[in-house]
Design a protein around this ligand. Sequence first.
Ligand code: 3PG
Length: 211
Amino acid sequence: MKPIETIMLTAPVIPVIVIDDVRHAVPLAEALVAGGLRVLEITLRTPAALDAIRAMKQVSGAIVGAGTVTNAAELHAVIEAGSEFVVSPGLTDSLADAAAETDTPFLPGIATAGDIMRGLDKGLEHFKFFPAVAAGGLPALKALAAPFGQCSFCPTGGISLRNAPEWLAFDPVLCVGGSWVAPRYASGDAVDGDHVAALARNAAALRGEDS
Ligand code: 3PG
């Protein structure tokens, strides 16, 4: 099994995390891991993101990666910070080549057959389907996946506890991504660890309910 597949199969949901205050990183990661979600995607959308990756790496059991990585420079920065995998909203040749050179498990976004074909040209078979609901939802992914039986997907964008089971019931979907399990806390606010752990527990139970 490729490393990216192992990561995708670790839990049914990958939390998509936005950190505004690096002090939130450890309590948030601890609560998510305690609830059963070990794979954590920290998005490069805030100045605190790289420090948050470094901090979360200290949390036992956490598998920490970076999201919203859009170019080779960002890829190198997140790997330097300790990212164990890299997620991108899209697929460019330069980013795919940089990821291949570093041998980092890489999950690029796709939304069209052409995107998937460019990924296959690069030796990639595991993709984020993004933005999942806005790009046509499950019917769109079913139609897109049909000619590409070797490919697996992590739909992200508009996924919730309520609609996740339908996505996870489709075989090529190994996991889904979502921000609903990782509330965004304003700087200065305290992370509600019990609340986050409860969100994570409900999400971690999704595979059990479905398969
Ligand atoms: C992403 O950032 O990958 C998605 O926008 C997350 O989408 P969601 O907020 O709808 O879960």
